[in-house]
Design a protein around this ligand. Structure first.
Ligand code: SAM
Length: 331
């Protein structure tokens, strides 16, 4: 007896906005990785945390007792999505940067007055397709148009995306915190150009707090975040044919006060070398690779940053414990 067919419609084919996985894009991507590893300290861009396994691990992180950001942001959305929707108005086209599983998106789309289109943008192709299919099934009146792209590089939206009355960039999850302030400013400015005059943005921003709370959130007792971090090595190995040995690194996530951020690090436990794109990288015990920043802001700091990117902060919401914030920005 064959299993009943799933009622979930086929996921819309993602539009390859910048085709991150296309062979033509690989030499650039490999050169970018080699340059990042040559920095002091060496870096692996955080987008490589999100292959299929990494995305699944991140989804588990969202449910960990120590990882408050998801619960706090969901609480804000549950309590205030109706106000956000009133401020945004009817017939909006929502472009989401870094959708993941779209947990918060459902709350926004449900609150909005007749949203016209939803455009999730993500590098993680499998999760993008699955989230798009779920949201398309849940919101049949909304045109769901996924875009598979790296939003740190120029990318295109498909020409047939309905414009709606207003374009809204949605950027939850404090993913903005993964960028240095200059990069965050550039990304906010790119969003402003993308939504155009009269457009808006809703940005989830994690707030400064007790470093013990922060460090626990990025180094949980069950070790899920450690697996998530180490998985970046398996991902770049597979993608670029490299030979990083994950067993030679340990996960660490200290709060770095002068930079106002958590730094996810992979600390080498032994002296060893790894070749990348014809260059040799040496690691001594204690040397580390930076895999992700997670900047934490004060409300006023973020408003000032948004202002330098050409945005006006119209409203800000926080959760009851003032751990997390959502900012409504207007052009
Ligand atoms: C911190 S998670 C947030 C997921 C979700 N928005 C949430 O709030 O739970 C970051 C998401 O952004 C995506 N992402 C990270 N860097 C990206 C990039 N450069 N371009 C496109 N997507 C990216 C990841 O695949 C992941 O889905």
């Amino acid at each position: 007896v064959s299993a009943p067919r799933s009622e979930v419609p086929r996921p819309p084919e993602p539009w390859p906005g910048a085709a991150p996985g296309e062979p033509a894009a690989e030499p650039t991507a490999l050169a970018e990785l080699a340059d990042a590893l040559a920095e002091q300290p060496p870096r692996i861009p955080s987008k490589y945390l999100y292959d299929e396994r990494g995305s699944a691990l991140f989804d588990r992180i969202c449910d960990l007792p120590e990882y408050y950001p998801t619960r706090s942001e969901l609480a804000i959305m549950e309590q205030h999505a109706a106000e956000m929707a009133r401020a945004l108005g009817p017939d909006a086209t929502v472009v989401e940067y870094g959708t993941g599983t779209g947990r918060k998106t459902r709350l926004l789309l449900a609150a909005l007055d007749r949203p016209c289109a939803y455009v999730p943008v993500d590098v993680a192709a499998e999760f993008l397709s699955a989230a798009s299919a779920r949201l398309a099934a849940e919101f049949p009146a909304v045109a769901v148009v996924p875009v598979w792209a790296d939003f740190t590089r120029p990318f295109l939206l498909p020409p047939d995306v309905p414009r709606g009355r207003r374009r809204v960039a949605y950027f939850p999850g404090s993913t903005i915190g993964n960028f240095e302030p200059d990069e965050a400013r550039a990304l906010l400015a790119e969003m402003r150009d993308r939504v155009g005059p009269g457009g808006a943005a809703l940005v989830g921003v994690d707030l400064r707090k007790d470093p013990r709370v922060l460090e626990a959130a990025y180094d949980d007792a069950a070790g899920v975040t450690a697996r998530f971090n180490l998985n970046v090595l398996a991902h770049v190995n597979r993608r670029f044919g490299l030979a990083f040995d994950p067993s030679r690194f340990r996960h660490r996530a200290p709060w770095v006060d002068r930079a106002g951020r958590i730094e996810m690090r992979l600390v080498s436990t032994v002296r060893h070398e790894v070749d990348v794109a014809g260059r040799r990288y040496r690691f001594e015990p204690g040397d580390y690779i930076l895999t992700e920043y997670s900047h934490k802001y004060r409300l006023t700091e973020f408003a000032a940053l948004a202002q330098t990117a050409g945005w006006r902060t119209r409203r800000t919401w926080t959760d009851a414990e003032a751990r997390f914030s959502v900012h409504l920005l207007e052009t």
